[in-house]
Design a protein around this ligand. Structure first.
Ligand code: SAH
Ligand code: SF4
Ligand code: F3S
Length: 453
């Protein structure tokens, strides 16, 4: 036991319930803050009705993400009435963006903590339990929570996320993340390797290295040689050939040939690159401050495929950004066809207060036109995803088993290196964490079906 644990713990056995919205970084952060709270004597519960403390880890990326959370907060009044002394805390990006305004707009809120103040959470919650408000939205230049061992909240025990950096310096003109997450900083590679090694020893077979722009990962200490992203991925992949390594997200401007080389030389680095394009129009890319052109983007995709012809390429796209014309939109559709994405996340542009776009551009594409363009993008991606899955028919893939399929306990599901979900009949003793060779015999736009070899 650590010496400091001899002092009274502020949690004192109280139950903590956590609800997580937004991106994978938030999923990772929830695992960090549960760890911090447990060290103070709080007990994690999955039953909200039992909770003494509810923490909501929030997202501000689009207005509808925030609306959903406001709706959820209104429901919490019911729990507060039922349980005296219940503390409700808002953490994450919305806490950082709205700060004290959250107390004013929603009386159910007792604690507001930004993404860099989770070490303070026990103190903030204790202050709220004593009848006050707890607030800390200070952003940090250094905080990476590198020394904290996340409590794994996932249930499959096969695949885990590891945050390797925090914040973002790119200031894409539409994006709120640099404001809610602060400046970019990388985490000590020793702590990343230790975490990956521990996961592998605990039976995990896949880690996803997370950051807003993993390609700009860089760690330098004293006179030692700097560790950049290709070097980090190579070290993690070196832990075991049985440990799959994925990463997200790659900003197209920083995807290097060296990274492609490292990927190609380790079969356990997954054949999947998530490369958000946002738009196919150079005029839009410039307005978005993405710092690459369509031609540059296509060249990066070609470079990936030259070395790894079987590599999946997926993307994020925004419909209806400021000033987007029908011609710009057509360019996005043509980029999609030209790349032939395996899958995509697709969004309507949502203006975010404080961003460059909200300060200097007009959100001038009507809601109707945004919806129509998004629907066209989604319909095209459905075609492309189906075509991508049909190309896999008859081929054999190594599938990492994650668990039972949702439909039947006689079927298992798992992913290919390309990150496609495969459902197949259960055979023998196959268990989560095993690798199985599966021949693909059927598909929809979202799932592959097959038989174990
Ligand atoms: N760091 C990652 C993206 C993080 S946000 C990257 O640069 O690729 C995930 C996605 O949300 C973005 O890729 C973008 O497609 C979308 N997004 C971000 N801000 C948005 C906004 N204001 N409106 C609509 N979509 C947005
Ligand atoms: Fe947002 Fe751009 Fe940073 Fe991604 S790279 S988080 S889109 S500012
Ligand atoms: Fe949302 Fe923050 Fe992630 S705004 S997408 S939770 S970094």
């Amino acid at each position: 036991m650590k010496l400091e644990n001899l002092r009274p713990l502020s949690g004192n056995g109280k139950r903590l319930y956590v609800e997580t919205y937004g991106c994978q970084m938030n999923v990772g952060d929830s695992e960090i803050l549960v760890s911090i709270m447990q060290d103070e004597g709080y007990r994690y519960t999955e039953d909200i009705a039992q909770a003494d403390v509810i923490l909501v880890n929030t997202c501000s990326i689009r207005d509808n993400a925030e609306q959903r959370i406001w709706g959820r907060l209104r429901e919490f009044h019911r729990y507060k009435r039922a349980r005296k002394g219940l503390v409700v805390g808002i953490v994450g990006c919305m806490a950082e963006r709205l700060r004290e305004e959250l107390f004013e707009r929603e009386t159910v809120v007792d604690v507001v903590a930004g993404p860099d103040s989770y070490r303070e959470l026990p103190r903030l919650v204790a202050a709220a339990a004593a009848g006050g408000h707890g607030v800390n939205v200070q952003l940090s230049q250094e905080e990476t929570y590198g020394d904290i061992r996340p409590v794994r909240l996932d249930r499959n025990g096969v695949s885990a996320f590891i945050s390797i950096m925090r914040g973002c310096n790119n200031f894409c003109s539409y994006c709120v993340v640099p404001y809610t997450r602060g400046r970019e900083r990388s985490r000590d590679p020793q702590t990343i390797l230790r975490e990956a090694q521990e996961l592998f020893s605990a039976g995990y077979r896949e880690v996803t290295l997370l950051g807003q722009n993993v390609n700009s990962y860089r760690w330098k200490e004293g006179t030692a040689e700097a560790v950049d992203f290709p070097a980090l991925v190579e070290r993690v992949a070196g832990i075991s050939p049985l440990l799959r390594v994925r990463f997200a997200t790659s900003h197209p401007k920083d995807l290097s040939d060296r990274l492609i080389e490292v990927m190609a030389s380790y079969p356990n680095i997954c054949r999947a690159v998530h490369l958000p394009a946002q738009s196919g129009s150079d005029r839009m890319l410039a307005a978005m401050n993405r710092k690459y052109t369509r031609a540059w983007y296509l060249e990066r995709v070609a470079a990936i495929r030259r070395r790894m012809p079987d590599c999946a390429v997926t993307t994020d796209l925004i419909a209806g950004f400021c000033g987007e014309t029908a011609e710009d939109h057509a360019q996005t559709l043509s980029l999609m066809r030209e790349v032939g994405y395996d899958s995509a996340y697709m969004f309507k542009y949502s203006q975010r207060p404080g961003t460059l776009a909200s300060r200097t551009m007009t959100d001038d594409v009507s809601e109707e036109v945004k919806t129509a363009r998004l629907n066209e993008i989604i319909a095209l991606q459905n075609e492309l995803s189906t075509a991508s899955n049909e190309r896999d028919m008859g081929n054999v893939f190594e599938v990492l088993v994650e668990g039972l399929s949702r439909r039947s306990s006689e079927q298992l599901c798992g992913r290919t290196s390309q990150n496609k979900m495969v459902v197949f009949d259960r055979t023998g003793e196959t268990a989560p964490g095993d690798y199985v060779r599966v021949r693909i015999t059927g598909c929809t736009s979202a799932t592959l079906f097959g038989v174990a070899e």
